[in-house]
Write a protein that binds this ligand. Structure first.
Ligand code: BT5
Length: 246
């Protein structure tokens, strides 16, 4: 891990409108993955909302060990969660964090944000952000990556990138995610309703690559966060996978 960037942490702290999220926020110039640093802090007892931000990641990751390209300019943020929920509800954390991130990014950037199941953020149909929730004993770490930088500088083919003030984006994401997580803890169905309202997946003919390939019309997201598909052979639920629109 490299040096801390206290002036960045201070700028964000000065703008925070949350009660827990980002309190505190640790900012670093460069880390392997902000999820690794947040996991260590949580293992040492850090409370819910403790956050790690990095200017750049050298080994940013997505789901299933896939890489997350993380050059300077983008938002790389991880937040410690201590959900007061039965662990069979924890798959909903990623859904809630995606809803909250979208609700923060949209007003901060002025760009409409849609959600692709399970928790990709899309701008203009292209992936502009992703969420990686990693669970451990008694806590989870929610990793949030949002592409940002100069106009036209997307870090990945087919990706979108936002031209925004980064500290303002971080503050907005903290607010959105705290609200969505609080809503999840109090009333999970209302988070699902907010996810549906932003969905770019429901109603589409999709192919889901998970434990197996399932193709059909994406009808709904159920109370477990699973995607419900109408297939040629009946209704199917898929708990994890990657969606492509047919
Ligand atoms: C995700 O995985 O979308 C979750 C990404 C989470 C990143 C954050 S950053 C802070 C925290 N620390 C971490 O180390 N991770 C979290 P997944 O759905 O598996 O998507 C990964 C795929 O997206 C890759 O295989 C690429 O095809 C593509 N990709 C990689 N980098 C990208 C980028 N910057 N923008 C758009 N797509 C990208």
């Amino acid at each position: 891990m490299t040096r801390e960037v206290p002036e960045l942490a201070a700028t964000i702290a000065a703008g925070l409108r949350t009660t827990r999220f980002g309190r505190p926020v640790h900012a670093y110039a460069r880390v392997t993955s902000t999820n690794d640093v947040a996991r260590d802090l949580a293992g040492d007892g850090a409370g819910e909302g403790t956050a790690v931000l990095a200017v750049e990641q050298t080994a940013g990751r997505g789901r299933l060990g896939r890489p997350w390209v993380s050059p300077p300019g983008g938002l790389y943020l991880s937040v410690v969660l201590r959900p007061p929920l039965a662990t069979d509800r924890w798959p909903l954390l990623g859904i809630a964090v995606a809803v909250g991130a979208a609700e923060g990014v949209e007003p901060a950037s002025g760009v409409p944000i849609a959600l692709k199941w399970p928790n990709d953020l899309l701008a203009g149909g292209r992936k502009v952000g992703g969420i990686l929730v990693e669970a451990a004993e008694g806590f989870a770490v929610a990793g949030i990556g949002i592409n940002a930088g100069p106009p036209g500088a997307a870090p990945h083919p087919d990706a979108a990138s936002l031209h925004v003030d980064l500290p303002g984006l971080v503050v907005a994401v903290f607010s959105g995610v705290e609200q969505a997580i609080d809503l999840l803890y109090a009333d999970p169905p209302s988070v699902l309703a907010r996810w549906r309202a932003r969905s770019a997946t429901l109603g589409r003919h999709v192919r889901v690559l998970g434990a197996e390939v399932v193709e059909g019309i994406a009808e709904d997201i159920d109370g477990d966060g699973a995607l419900v598909l109408r297939t040629a052979s009946g209704m199917r639920r898929v708990l994890a996978g990657d969606v492509s629109v047919r």
